[in-house]
Each structure stands twice: as structure tokens, then as C-alpha cells.
Write a new protein. Structure first.
Length: 184
């Protein structure tokens, strides 16, 4: 797998991040336990988490990005993230993650799906369009359907809630969000 889906997810989510206003930071999100500021921190901090995992380093608490220029912090973190995944042999390397081991080629797919889906969450929470990158969303949905089973679904702290029904005519990004347990 290449970094192209991750780079596309980053571009989509960056557009959504750029549309977040300061007065929206305390708004609710589709992620029940998070406000917009928590989601911003997860999205930006996630890029640094992915780098740490690729490099075999322990994840660190990167701080509160929501109080500063979080778009610039995301740009910096995502550039570092893409560069880490493009490193020699990273796609073939077996990475040790908090939830198990997998090759870098599988983990880059997780990074793309996480980045894109939380961009959808942020769009939904801030009243932006959730019809994000249809072709990318379709590819991520197909991949998610191959790997996400009922065994990892349930209430928090499970990584995914039960699959939800997407309404007729829902965008591909909305369908992905519903598959991952979001109400659309």
C-alpha cells in the first residue's frame, strides 16, 4: 500500500480543520465523550502518534493543540507522518502497536481511516459538509468492511460502536461513518 490514501485523508481533514471556528470548540461531536476541542487534539495528535508507532517509540502527550494554530500543527504533524510512512522498508516492517502487531502497509490504512473518519466527525460537529472525498471514502469503506468485525464493536472503550444504518442517498463518507458506528 502507498501513502496516497493517507495523503488524501490528510487533505480532506485539513479542509475541515480550517473551517473550525473558535466558538465551536466546546460543541458536542459524534464521539460521545469528546467536544470539538478534544477531537481537534485527537486529529492533530494522531499524526504524531502514527509517527511514534512507525518509529517504534512510545506515544507521548503532545499537549493541547486546540489553544493554538491547530491547522499549522496538523500540517507539521501530517508532513512528518507521511515522511515516516515513506521511510525505507516501513511498509514491509512489522510494527508493534498498543493493540497488536501488523505490517506498516496495514497500519497506514488504519492511519488513513482514522484521519478521514475523525475529519467527518469534525465536519458533522461544526456544521460543515460531510460529503468528503467520495472516491477515498469508498476505498476506506471497502477496507473497513474487510477488517472490522463485531468482536471489536460495542460501547466505549471498544474501538467501534455497532454499525448504524445510513439513510437512503447518503454520501459515501456518511456510509463509512455509519459503518464505523456513527449516527448519520
Amino acid at each position: 500500500m502507498s501513502t496516497a490514501p493517507l495523503e488524501q485523508a490528510i487533505a480532506s481533514t485539513r479542509t475541515v480543520l480550517a473551517g473550525v471556528k473558535a466558538d465551536q470548540l466546546d460543541a458536542d461531536t459524534p464521539c460521545a465523550s469528546w467536544k470539538v476541542r478534544d477531537l481537534v487534539n485527537h486529529i492533530v495528535g494522531g499524526q504524531y502518534f502514527f509517527v511514534a508507532m512507525v518509529e517504534g517509540a512510545p506515544p507521548s502527550d503532545a499537549g493541547d493543540f486546540s489553544t493554538g494554530d491547530f491547522v499549522a500543527a496538523f500540517d507539521e504533524g501530517s508532513a512528518t507522518c507521511v515522511a515516516a510512512f515513506k521511510g525505507d522498508g516501513v511498509m514491509e516492517k512489522i510494527l508493534t502497536l498498543p493493540f497488536g502487531q501488523m505490517p506498516g502497509s496495514a497500519f497506514v490504512g488504519i492511519a488513513a481511516t482514522d484521519t478521514f473518519t475523525h475529519g467527518w466527525d469534525l465536519a458533522k460537529a461544526t456544521g460543515q459538509s460531510t460529503d468528503l472525498a467520495p472516491e477515498l471514502a469508498g476505498g476506506l469503506l471497502a477496507g473497513a468492511k474487510q477488517f472490522i468485525s463485531d468482536g471489536i464493536r460495542g460501547p466505549e472503550p471498544m474501538p467501534f460502536a455497532a454499525e448504524q444504518a445510513a439513510p437512503a442517498g447518503a454520501s459515501t463518507a456518511d456510509q463509512l461513518a455509519a459503518f464505523l458506528g456513527r449516527s448519520v
